[in-house]
Write a protein that binds this ligand. Sequence first.
Ligand code: UD1
Length: 443
Amino acid sequence: MKKRAMHRRVDGETKVEKLVITGGRPLRGSVRVSGGKNSSLATITAACLARDVSVLENVPHCRDVLVLKEILETLGARIELKHGRMKIDARPLYATSAPYDLCRRMRASFYTAGLLLGRMRRAEVPLPGGCVIGARPVDFHLRGFAALGADVTTEHGFVRAEAKRLVGTNFFVPRSSVGTTINLMIAASLAEGTTVLENAAREPEVVDTAVLLNLMGAHIKGAGTDAISIDGVEELHGASYTIIPDRLEAGSYLIAAVATGGDVLVEHTIPEHIGALLTKFEESGAAVERDPDGVRVRAAGSLKAVDVDTAPYPGFATDLHPPFAALMSVAEGRSVIRETVFESRFGYVDELKRMSADIRVEGDAAVINGIPKLTGAPVEALDLRAGAAVVVAALAAQGTSEITAVENIDRGYEDLETKLTALGADVKRVETTEPPQAQQRAG
Ligand code: UD1
């Protein structure tokens, strides 16, 4: 992805970018997914625990990663990102307070709390706040820091955590939480004694972070199960590590392939990471081929509607709910997608309705009656994955769609239009002078 200013003022007018997609072309060919965005956010922060240099490979050049880079640079780290290789020199990191203006843009900025508490024994980090997909509090993180012996207070929109000594503890994560598990693993790696996280999240991003920390000299066992034990060490050293492929990006391209009646090989992905999605494809009648380095899907004939409940890993990923709903909008029959992780992940619904989708929200579920064809329309990418939903819908629709608030999509999809164009899609990024319709939302 090239560096872009999303909203620029030129000659008194605000320039904004849009994606213009003319749908109806089946996607065909192969696409290589980038490194995991969520994994990168966790591992880059974890690498800063060492007063040393680390090198991460397969880091995607997307906005969230660039924002995190800036946050860590503000704290004193020196970071370079070139062609997916990130060199992180965390020796000069000195600050204990993270900047509000950058942190408010991204929830994963709260990983700096675990980093600073672990490394400096003191952290002052802005509350990430709620966002468009739900309240997303950080109460579990704070309870975990307190259990490690930190004095934790929240004042004037900042969390302050301080500890003379961080001491290992048993902590039951109240509800499967990726962010809490990662933040506590980061802080506990430099605590005294053993921390056991019960009911820990099992997501591949948790495992990736633990693998990197262990390469840095940490003693973490059990990542990938719901009981993780962390034997604290006095210091960590630098390491080199290649980040896992982005399972959510992979899932998004596969969904787009099926929605357009296409035939696509998504390369450099780990099929087990998207097992629940692949099973749903099979139930709905798409052909799925798994191989060690990729997944091919073919949508032959019409697709049957299927029901989905989102769930923590290895269940159906909540981030794939919006694009999957776009797919179900053109399936045969009625589909119910129940959201169990985030309470307000339905922002995409009104956007899909603009494209003629027959979809409504009932409690915690989207109820979708499939129709033969969506129609192109002006729509907005309300958040990152709602953005994926409108892209999938636009690719499958008859006619042209104009997608605004593209900056939300750019948070997590590297080179989106290049990759889609290579698969035969008609997609262009254009600059217009319309006023921005949406503020960027934390996610
Ligand atoms: C991460 C992912 C996000 C994904 C989500 C669930 C990153 C950067 N983001 O978000 O893409 O959708 O996992 O797989 O990796 N909760 C609390 N209190 C807390 C923490 C969480 O109530 O202190 C709740 C949340 O509101 C949510 C649930 O727990 O309802 C799970 O959230 P969590 O797994 O923590 O999500 P994130 O780590 O924020």
